[in-house]
Design a protein around this ligand. Structure first.
Ligand code: NAD
Length: 439
């Protein structure tokens, strides 16, 4: 099939490359000419494991290309995906749909008669109706169908997730569009990934419900972690004790500094807005967002509490600033409010991240950027692990104890055993475990 993918970001680029790997003919279009130029030079605009090889293979075999020329790419496509950003709108927290509607306007006049237009971007209920209205306004007689096909991949594991999804959700009442989409996803369906056909509004809501539910699990276990600290229990064992129950499941039950990233915060907020607009408030998610917002700064208090509440003049090493490992994405990363709060308390902050440094330099001011974990820790009063990159799991504690000014480790991802760290002469603060310093 001939596919045009509008938006070559985390989702569009991965989806486009994977579709081409299935044998489809794919053009990824991006309005950012620099991004297109670097993709055409074989340079990846994002860090995603396996992506460069996947792209190179499919470009080399002539199934994948990159362009800024939307008109010619779309006019030759049977299926046009819209995978542009839907960030939070400044000021009110609704999803900003301006990129989606702009893309719809741009394609309206050049779509082939039988094209299927698919919103892969995460969009609020009713967005597909508006995309359809925009396209029909320009092109009233076209037999175009508009489908919702939300994406559930996770950054850092995006290719595996795309190729082995738990499910594929396709929202449309149009029988022809369903069969076109079945053809697009045929290789995955043969791989036994279930396809769930729904109406368009149901598909749109499903994506927000999924992300908000996962965010709720994280916020829940974080509050249980706080309680565990106060009552002398171990949140990791509680999480295992509840997670082994199949009705609950073990995933997304890791206590930490609060959820962040390019999806959960904005999607939870957009669901809240949809609920309020429709007089069906989703109060649980409203609370989840409030609890999570407070948590980020509370993590800075946890660091301060290791020093009796005062970190003025102290030098703090932060390891890991991206919102999760294996990505360079800094959008809404928990490290941002944490570092701001540490600076507000008078601390001097040093930072190291294995791949996020370039992005971090665009975000943080007045921090010292270091090129290794050990150079970051040198002379510091506390080491704070914020993102659980693999390379932070086996730090040489003996070496750290000799180079740091003060032996304090604040492990916001619980990747160390408190006993092991303590044996090496450190004060250890984890999250929701015995010997954790409560905030
Ligand atoms: P992104 O910001 O990385 O990429 C969006 C791309 O679209 C950018 O490269 C931008 O230049 C391009 N663009 C914007 N308007 C355009 C236009 N009119 N024509 C051509 N290109 C245009 O965003 P992302 O992280 O890939 O997210 C895209 C959507 O997918 C969002 O709705 C997001 O919520 C959703 N989503 C993201 C993830 C994730 O992990 N990042 C996972 C699932 C769903």
């Amino acid at each position: 099939m001939h596919i045009a993918m509008i938006g070559a970001g985390y989702v569009g680029l991965v989806s486009g490359a994977c579709f081409s790997d299935f044998g489809h003919q794919v053009v990824c279009i991006d309005s950012n000419a620099e991004k297109v130029a670097s993709l055409n030079n074989g340079e990846m605009p994002i860090h995603e494991p396996g992506l460069a090889e996947l792209v190179a293979r499919n470009v080399g075999q002539g199934r994948l290309s990159f362009s800024s020329d939307l008109k010619s790419a779309v006019s030759g496509a049977e299926v046009v995906f819209i995978a542009v950003g839907t960030p939070s709108r400044r000021g009110d927290g609704h999803a900003d749909l301006s990129y989606v509607y702009a893309a719809a306007r741009e394609i309206a006049g050049v779509l082939p008669d039988q094209a299927v237009v698919v919103t892969k971007s995460t969009v609020p209920v009713g967005t597909g109706d508006e995309v359809e209205r925009i396209i029909r306004e320009e092109n009233p007689d076209a037999k175009v169908a508009i489908v919702s096909n939300p994406e559930f991949l996770r950054e850092g594991a995006a290719i595996r997730d795309f190729k082995h999804p738990d499910r594929i959700v396709i929202g449309t009442d149009d029988a022809r569009a369903r069969s076109v989409m079945a053809e697009v996803y045929r290789p995955l369906h043969l791989n036994a990934s279930p396809i769930l056909y729904t109406d368009r509004r149901t598909a749109e809501l499903t994506k927000y419900a999924a992300n908000s539910f996962l965010a709720t699990k994280i916020a829940f276990i974080n509050e249980i972690a706080d309680l565990a600290e106060k009552v002398g229990a171990n949140v990791q064992e509680v999480a295992r004790g509840i997670g082994l129950d199949n009705r609950i499941g073990q995933k997304f039950l890791h206590a930490g500094p609060g959820f962040g990233g390019s999806c959960f915060p904005k999607d939870a907020m957009a669901l809240i807005k949809t609920g309020q607009d429709n007089e069906a408030p989703v109060r649980i998610v409203e609370t989840v967002v409030a609890v999570n917002d407070q948590r980020k700064r509370a993590m800075a208090r946890k660091v301060a509490n290791a020093f009796g509440g005062n970190i003025r003049g102290k030098s703090i090493a932060v390891l890991g600033v991206t919102f999760k490992p294996d990505t360079d994405d800094m959008r809404d990363a928990p490290s941002i409010p944490l570092i701001t709060a540490l600076q507000d308390m008078g601390a001097e902050v040093r930072v190291f991240d294995p791949v996020g440094m370039e992005q971090a330099k665009k975000v943080f001011e007045n921090v010292t950027f270091c090129d290794s974990a050990y150079r970051c820790a040198k002379g510091c009063h506390a080491l704070v692990i914020v993102t659980e990159w693999e390379q932070f799991r086996a730090l040489d504690l003996k070496e750290l104890s000799t180079i740091m000014a003060c032996p304090v480790i604040v492990d916001l991802r619980n990747i160390y055993s408190p006993e092991e760290v303590a044996r090496n002469g450190f004060l250890y603060c984890g999250v929701g475990r015995p010997k954790s310093v409560a905030y």
